[in-house]
Design a binder for this molecule. Structure first.
Ligand code: CO
Length: 425
């Protein structure tokens, strides 16, 4: 049986050949330190054939041929959670955020929320109309839009109903169920400001109404202040065309604002002098306050963070060294700080933020941590560039009551038991 340290030292000649200043002896010391930290690894370094995998270097098998469109390893199992409901076209699927690395959500795992299913749209037949209070109404093909100057930006999209489970005292048992209605991609498209200026806004124009080409004609009102700030018409995500379930061939991207306003399958923008109070912004997506009044047009998603490892449903192998990691974001700008508590909120340590930190985008945080093997409660809290600090659930309920289904951004504690199991705290 081998220790992790000796396995690593066998790889040294090829992997560390460029590090010439450190002596062989120093390398070895470092790897042995690592093996001491990874206590669990010392007992499981052989594979299921019973042989040391480092010795298993016989002639290889000829592998698969090149392919036209790649797929992941069949050993990888991360998948979206889809609901068992009567009408899956009017439903959500959730991103397995505890199984995502870095800040980018793979296109196949981006969460979905559809109000009448995913339409199948031929981009050659699709048109985007921009009309209403403009000097020159436009009818654009997808090809027309792709001819215009484009930009690529990393932004999250989050359903305002995300984390709705956390309004109840019990909360959801794992990251996907609690927070999986959020994803983050590199989006490519054209500035909406450019198109609106091309159409020529009339002086009385104050709003626009965006409409999708799905069966329910999903529609939302957007104030021109935001539309002219950083909104985009996007046609690509993570380097390929946006997926049908994300609005192929065109989607309105309204960075930092609740997912529903990022209208998919975008076919019409009507410039108006007032909000339209559409069914999609009055029958849903409003906040019932404790005094019985409803807040309408609650758009930005406030700063949120949670630990993805260790998190609910996972199990730690035993006391020793770990890296706590998680995600944070804010719809109002950049995340400037994430603090982590490993004692139920009594004390806080500042985590490292993975650079680069983008505005209105997932931000990865990490913190080395040595677990002593006792019961602990871990949680994180984010601060954004406006100075806003993510509230605890008690603080959120004190200001907003418990009638609302939307915009829950409370901190999320996880309990780690002495046997290593992690549950909702
Ligand atoms: Co809202």
């Amino acid at each position: 049986m081998n220790t992790f340290g000796t396995l690593l030292s066998k790889q040294m000649p090829s992997r560390f050949v460029t590090i010439s200043l450190m002596s062989e002896q120093a390398h070895r010391r470092r790897f042995l330190q690592l093996s001491a930290l990874l206590t669990a690894a010392t007992s499981c370094s052989t594979n299921n054939t019973g042989r040391d995998p480092a010795e298993d270097d016989g002639p290889g098998q000829l592998g698969k041929a090149v392919s036209a469109y790649g797929d992941r390893s069949p050993f990888e199992k991360a998948k979206r959670l889809t609901p068992d409901v009567k009408n899956p076209q009017v439903a959500s699927s959730r991103t397995p955020l505890a199984d995502i690395y870095g800040i980018i959500t793979p296109n196949s795992l981006h969460f979905e929320r559809h109000h009448s299913g995913v339409p199948s749209i031929d981009p050659a037949q699709h048109r985007l109309m921009i009309h209403g209070m403009v000097d020159r109404p436009l009818m654009l093909t997808v090809a027309d839009i792709k001819r215009l100057p484009s930009t690529s930006r990393v932004h999250f999209v989050e359903c305002s109903g995300n984390s709705g489970s956390e309004w109840s005292a019990k909360g959801a048992p794992d990251v996907m169920r609690a927070h999986g209605l959020a994803s983050c991609c590199e989006w490519t498209g054209v500035s909406l400001k450019l198109l609106l200026e091309e159409a020529g806004l009339k002086r009385e124009a104050k709003w626009l109404v965006a409409e999708g080409a799905d069966a329910c004609k999903m529609s939302r009102s957007v104030p021109l202040t935001k539309a002219l700030d950083d909104a985009m018409i996007v046609y690509a995500q993570n380097g390929e065309a946006i997926r049908p379930e994300q609005g192929y061939p065109l989607r309105l991207l309204v960075p930092g604002w609740e997912g529903n306003i990022n209208v998919k399958w975008l076919r019409r923008i009507k410039v108006t002098d007032t909000a339209y109070y559409t069914k999609d912004e009055t029958s849903k997506y409003t906040e019932l306050m404790p005094d019985g009044k409803s807040w309408l047009f609650t758009w930005p998603m406030d700063a949120k963070s949670f630990v993805t490892y260790p998190s609910g449903g996972q199990k730690l192998a035993g006391a020793g060294q770990y890296e706590i990691t998680g995600l944070a974001w804010s719809g109002r700008g950049k995340i400037t700080k994430v603090e982590v508590s490993v004692d139920g909120g009594k004390t806080w340590q500042t985590a490292n933020l993975q650079e680069p930190v983008f505005s209105k985008a997932f931000t990865r945080f990490r913190l080395p941590w040595k677990w002593d093997g006792t019961d602990v409660t871990i949680t994180s809290r984010a601060t954004d560039e406006t100075g806003y600090v993510q509230p605890s659930r008690d603080e959120l309920v004190a200001s907003r009551g418990k009638n609302s289904n939307y915009h829950n951004n409370a901190t999320k504690p996880w309990k780690i038991a002495a046997d290593g199991s992690v549950t909702n705290a």
